[in-house]
Design a protein around this ligand. Structure first.
Ligand SMILES: [Zn+2]
Length: 74
């Protein structure tokens, strides 16, 4: 099955990987939002709540992208 994403650069939105684990976001020192997202994720992970962990992760990645220009490719 051809994949357009392999031939068309994505410039408007980050890649979406539904159902696949995402790499950890990277906290930016001094950013209260990053601290909060990291805490939320760690708390969810410690509780074994993968759904909450995933939610925190997605929110954190979006925050990183918008606030810090973070766009590490997967
Ligand atoms: Zn941040």
């Amino acid at each position: 099955m051809p994949s357009r994403s392999e031939t068309t650069p994505t410039t408007m939105s980050p890649p979406v990987h539904v159902g696949l684990p995402l790499p950890d976001a990277v906290p930016v020192g001094g950013c209260a939002h990053c601290d909060r997202y990291e805490r939320d994720r760690d708390r969810a992970r410690a509780a074994g709540d993968w759904s909450a962990e995933s939610d925190a992760h997605v929110l954190w990645r979006w925050h990183s992208l918008r606030a810090h220009g973070w766009s590490r490719s997967v």
